[in-house]
Each structure stands twice: as structure tokens, then as C-alpha cells.
Design a binder for this molecule. Structure first.
Ligand code: BGC
Length: 392
């Protein structure tokens, strides 16, 4: 009897030790996995299923990861940047763009989270323009105006994707042929948008297009950033610098009036870094304006720099474009539940969209947005990430 009791006690102790050991082992194996994930010695490119279109087409998510732990996830639906994971000042990665976890979010109403916007970013007044003596009527999807390419712009199209790898970068080239007449635009326009992630924590986006009839074109990238982490709060404490001494004022429908005004002594003066929230109350409705970038169109130049004081991330944007639209997420209103169940409130994200000026087809004084047959549309934008630790 006594022997039996000893035996059972020993068995219990032995089993407990075994359980404790396997729990520890599990934990340390997880740890090893995490470490491997962070300190990868090579960049990786994976493809995963993202969802299915109502017509049955499968949509993929391309996941680009560099060895510093930066990760970009891009869908071939809309060539949308679904997620951008960037390490903070302590090396901890967070997703810094707003969006949805699943394709179905993007298929519903979306305020262009992470989108590739085309054929024409921002507004064209009354959705019409005249080109070579012919009047074109575009889709009117923002009261009487045309916004971000119309009812079914490039952000709602399925693109062909070809991933590629270079020595110190990898990427995906997305292609789309926009047929003559689509959303009212003239000409068959063949476009490619290439996302490239580098080892220097840069995400480059390169745009190319050709047409067989003259057409306006103005492609941009429309991520909503929060450099602290997506869904974590508003962006009013982010410090913004914009390399622009002039801005194009807008009317009550957010259409440029045609004037080009100096930012000096106005709430638009970001030539010295300023918190986004500092003067926002002096801008009716919040920032939603095109800034005229200093420097030459066509050369890659610094357009903006944003830093977030808490997690210490810094984002610099370089572009060949002549303008950048700064939108302070004014229309976010708690109606959207985004990634990880986060509810997006007003000013929870900001967009900095390198582009040509809105409504250029009505403003011959603005840089031209007309692409003619035989010409090649070539633009690029680069988002470069660092932290306050790199600069201290
Ligand atoms: C425009 C805003 C618009 C937002 C979402 C921005 O690019 O400037 O006016 O509300 O996109 O559509």
C-alpha cells in the first residue's frame, strides 16, 4: 500500500516535470522562430491567397520581407499596399498603414486605403475635359466631379503580377491594360506599377504607361499612414516637413481655384517641421491640398519627411512628381473597422500622395498631365524609413 503511494507520487512528479519541460521547450522553439523571423539572412518573397472576387477570380497577396524586419504586403487587386510593417526605434515592428485584413473589406466601400489611384488621382471638375477639340465625359463619382479615376478606378481592377528578385531588393511588377473609353477616358492605356523593397528600408514605386490616344494620366499611391502603428490614435502629433513653398488653394468642392499661393505665414507652411495638429484648426475641414514641390519635375527629390515622437519612426518621401497632396484623414469618422478590429476615427491616418496637380486638364498653367501616343509615362516615388536612433 505504502509502496503504491510512493509509486503514484513519483509518477505524478515525473509527469509534472515532463509537462513543464515540454512547455519550456515549446516556448524556446517559438522564440527561435521569432528570432529567425527578425534576423533573416536573406530577403524573402512569398505569395498567399488573399480572397476571391465575386466573379470567382482568386486574388493574391505578395509579401516582401527584408532582413531588417521590414515587410510590405501587396495585393494584385488594385495593386493595393495592404500592410507595411516597419521596425520602431527599439526594433519592434508595427503595421503603419490603415486598411483591411481581408479582400472583402476592399471590395466594399474603401476610402482608397493603400490604393494605386488612376487614371487620374484627385478631382477633375464636372468630370469633363476637352482634348484636341473633343469633349470627354468621365464618371462623376464625387457629386458632379470625377475623383480618383471614377466609379471603378485602377484601385478596383485586377492586375497581372510578376514577382522578381535582385541582389539587394525584391519586388512585384503589376500590369493593367485600361481599355479605350474606360470610365470615359480616351485611348488604350497600358500601365505597370512596380513595388520594390530594398535592404535600405525603402519601398520604391515605379509607374510606366503608354497610350494609343492622347489621355490625361496622373497615377499615385494612397496609403494612410500612422507612424506609431495603424489604429493606435490620431496623427496630429506627427511632425511634418514638406519641401514646398507654394500650395494650390481649393474651392468648397476641393477643386483648385487655379491660383498658386505662397505658404508663408499660413497654416500650410511646413517648410520648417511642424506638428500636423498645430495649425489644423485654421484650415477649414482639415488639410486636403496639393503642395507645389520645390525642385525640378522629373528628378527624384525630397518631397516630405514625417516623424513620430513616441515610437521614433521617420518616413521620407522622394518623388519625380511636381506636387504632393497632403490629406489629414478628415473624412474618417468611426464608420470603418479596419485591420485587427481597429476603428478608424477622424485624423487616424494621413496621406501624402505624390502626383500632378488636381484638375490639371482645366488649368493650362499647371504642368501638363497629357500623355500622347509614342510617349512613355515614367514616374517614381520612394518611401524611406529610419528611426530617431539612426540619426542620433
Ligand atoms: C483626397 C480627399 C479624398 C480622399 C479619399 C484624397 O486624396 O484629396 O479629398 O476624400 O482622397 O477619397
Amino acid at each position: 500500500m505504502r509502496q503504491n503511494m510512493y509509486f503514484s507520487a513519483l509518477t505524478i512528479i515525473f509527469l509534472s516535470l515532463l509537462l513543464a519541460f515540454s512547455a519550456c521547450k515549446g516556448k524556446s522553439e517559438n522564440k527561435v522562430q521569432e528570432t529567425l523571423g527578425k534576423g533573416k539572412t536573406t530577403m524573402t518573397l512569398e505569395k498567399k491567397e488573399f480572397g476571391t472576387m465575386p466573379d470567382g477570380r482568386k486574388i493574391d497577396l505578395y509579401i516582401l520581407t527584408n532582413t531588417n524586419g521590414m515587410k510590405a504586403k501587396i495585393a494584385n487587386y488594385g495593386a493595393i499596399l495592404v500592410s507595411l510593417i516597419v521596425p520602431d526605434k527599439n526594433g519592434k515592428p508595427d503595421d503603419i498603414t490603415l486598411g483591411y485584413d481581408h479582400l472583402k473589406g476592399y471590395l466594399k466601400e474603401t476610402p482608397y486605403f493603400g490604393a494605386t489611384v488612376g487614371r487620374y488621382a484627385n478631382r477633375i471638375k464636372d468630370g469633363k475635359f476637352t482634348l484636341n477639340g473633343e469633349e470627354y465625359q468621365l464618371a462623376q463619382n464625387d457629386s458632379d466631379n470625377h475623383l480618383h479615376g471614377g466609379t471603378k478606378g485602377f484601385d478596383k481592377r485586377v492586375w497581372d503580377a510578376s514577382p522578381f528578385e535582385n541582389e539587394d531588393s525584391l519586388g512585384v511588377k503589376f500590369s493593367y491594360l485600361s481599355p479605350d473609353g474606360e470610365e470615359g477616358y480616351p485611348g488604350n492605356l497600358s500601365c505597370t506599377v512596380t513595388y520594390i523593397l530594398t535592404e535600405k528600408n525603402e519601398l520604391k514605386i515605379e509607374y510606366e504607361a503608354q497610350t494609343d490616344k492622347a489621355t490625361p494620366i496622373n497615377l499615385t499611391h494612397h496609403s494612410y499612414f500612422n507612424l506609431e502603428s495603424q489604429g493606435s490614435g490620431d496623427i496630429l502629433d506627427h511632425i511634418l516637413y514638406i519641401n514646398a513653398e507654394r500650395v494650390t488653394p481649393v474651392d468648397s468642392e476641393l477643386i483648385p481655384t487655379g491660383e498658386i499661393l505662397s505658404v508663408k505665414d499660413t497654416p500650410f507652411d511646413f517648410t520648417s517641421p511642424m506638428a500636423i495638429g498645430e495649425s489644423i484648426d485654421r484650415v477649414s475641414g482639415g488639410y486636403d491640398h496639393n503642395f507645389v514641390l520645390n525642385g525640378e519635375e522629373g528628378t527624384l527629390k525630397l518631397a516630405a519627411r514625417v516623424s513620430e515622437p513616441n515610437k521614433g519612426r521617420i518616413m521620407e518621401i522622394y518623388t519625380t512628381e511636381p506636387g504632393i497632396q497632403f490629406y489629414s484623414g478628415n473624412f474618417l469618422d468611426r464608420s470603418i473597422t479596419g485591420k485587427s478590429g481597429k476603428i478608424y476615427e477622424k485624423h487616424y491616418g494621413f496621406c501624402l500622395e505624390p502626383q500632378h496637380f488636381p484638375d490639371s486638364p482645366h488649368h493650362p498653367e499647371f504642368p501638363s498631365t497629357i500623355l500622347k501616343p509614342g510617349e512613355k509615362y515614367l514616374k517614381s516615388t520612394l518611401f524611406r524609413f529610419s528611426t530617431i536612433m539612426d540619426n542620433s
